[in-house]
Design a binder for this molecule. Structure first.
Ligand SMILES: *Cc1c(COP(=O)(O)O)cnc(C)c1O
Length: 380
């Protein structure tokens, strides 16, 4: 098999049988003509499938090492497909510091008595084992976690999940298959918000669920069609275009994030830096084993007495916006933005203080980014 960069760069290339276009075209047609009423063609109606969605699914499944994938209208829709496959009353174990939107969905389903959801400190294997002690149907992991970048041992957690009777799903949004391949470590399926690193240009919203079980893959595909949650043609085109440069983007942005994290660690205006590529991070050794880089997200807290709003207002190269993984640097305050849907109690349990600042490091020159942070720290 060729290397990651090769497979990514050639995603959807030379795949146009009609005109031999080098780059696969966008098929916006909602319907496809049949030769005969009873003869179902490969493509029939765009809710069910369209060529660009198929190419994107094939690409991400290949990069993650799965048997196939279903591309959805958002990352949350991919998570919902996974939940859809569980019986009423199923027991789900998920991280206490799961993405805010994931917690919102799980909490609402649990409140409606659809599922029994338990939150575990998944990075602490003893706590995870205790949370799985009564058995479980699904173990959902997210590593590194967002925004504190806690690292969960995927191989060990998968072993614990399987022993408890659960399928193991990993939300790999923060690293992408360029930096971490959960299926190689024992997970059963992978979820992505393709909105983030996979597309990488902050110009579409989408998700993907990668499976290792062909039967479940068919069921997910069936539900995505039945509920109409598949990825649209234009967005599939953008995601496929973005994924071609995924390897080089993820490596360069991760290297820049490490430099910034090291710099912030030395800055007297900064009280805490969370980044798994720093030796002081509790997950450093584990991240070095299971990841091919620390990732693009760094979070920090300013020293007491400094003002977070003054810091944010002084930044010129990081835009205050709640996403991550794009070529442009973004900054956010998770407690007020991405994780605002959580109750204050749930945020406290997850360790997300109101002073926590999350940086998503882009492709700008790292010297310029460092200078910008220094200026904003001095202004705080
Ligand atoms: C953004 C995000 C999601 C949700 O994805 P959407 O595309 O916004 O629906 C899920 N998990 C993580 C870790 C995310 O960052």
């Amino acid at each position: 098999m060729s290397a990651f960069a090769t497979r990514a760069a050639r995603a959807g290339i030379n795949r146009d049988p009609a005109h031999r276009a080098v780059v696969a075209p966008i098929h916006l047609s909602s319907a496809y003509a049949r030769e005969q009423p009873g003869k179902v063609p490969d493509f029939d109606y765009a809710r069910t499938a369209h060529p660009g969605r198929g190419l994107f699914e094939e690409t991400v499944a290949d990069l993650e090492g799965g048997c196939g994938a279903v591309a959805t209208a958002s990352g949350m829709a991919a998570i919902d497909l996974l939940l859809n496959d569980l019986p009423i009353g199923a027991r789900i174990v998920a991280p206490v510091d799961a993405y805010g939107g994931t917690r919102r969905l799980l909490d609402a389903r649990a409140a409606g008595k659809r599922f029994d959801v338990r939150y575990a400190r998944s990075w602490d294997l003893d706590h995870l084992a205790a949370s799985l002690a009564d058995g479980a149907d699904l173990l959902l992991l997210e590593t590194p976690s967002n925004p504190l970048l806690r690292i969960t041992d995927i191989a060990e957690a998968s072993r614990l999940g399987h022993a408890a009777g659960a399928r193991v799903a990993v939300d790999n949004t923060l690293l992408s298959p360029a930096l971490q391949r959960p299926l190689d470590l024992g997970a059963d399926c992978v979820i992505h918000s393709a909105t983030k690193l996979i597309n990488g240009h902050s110009d579409m919203v989408g998700g993907v669920l990668v499976e290792t079980d062909p039967g479940r893959l068919d069921r997910h595909r069936w539900w995505a069609n039945a509920a109409g949650t598949g990825l649209a043609a234009f967005d599939a085109y953008l995601a496929l275009r973005g994924v071609r440069t995924l390897g080089i983007r993820a490596q360069a942005q991760s290297a820049a994030a490490l430099k910034l994290a090291r710099h912030l660690e030395e800055s007297p205006e900064v009280a805490a830096v969370h980044y798994p590529g720093l030796p002081a991070h509790p997950g450093f050794a584990l991240a070095a084993r299971q990841q091919a880089g620390g990732g693009v997200v760094v979070s920090l807290e300013l020293a007491p007495g400094l003002d977070t709003n003054r810091f944010l207002a002084a930044l010129r190269l990081s835009t205050l916006a709640q996403s991550l993984g794009g070529v442009e640097s973004l900054v956010s305050v998770p407690a007020l933005m991405t994780h605002a849907a959580m109750t204050p109690g749930a945020r406290a349990e997850a360790g997300i203080s109101d002073r926590l600042i999350r940086l998503s490091v882009g492709l700008e020159d790292v010297g310029d980014l460092t200078g910008d942070l220094d200026r904003a720290l001095a202004a705080a």
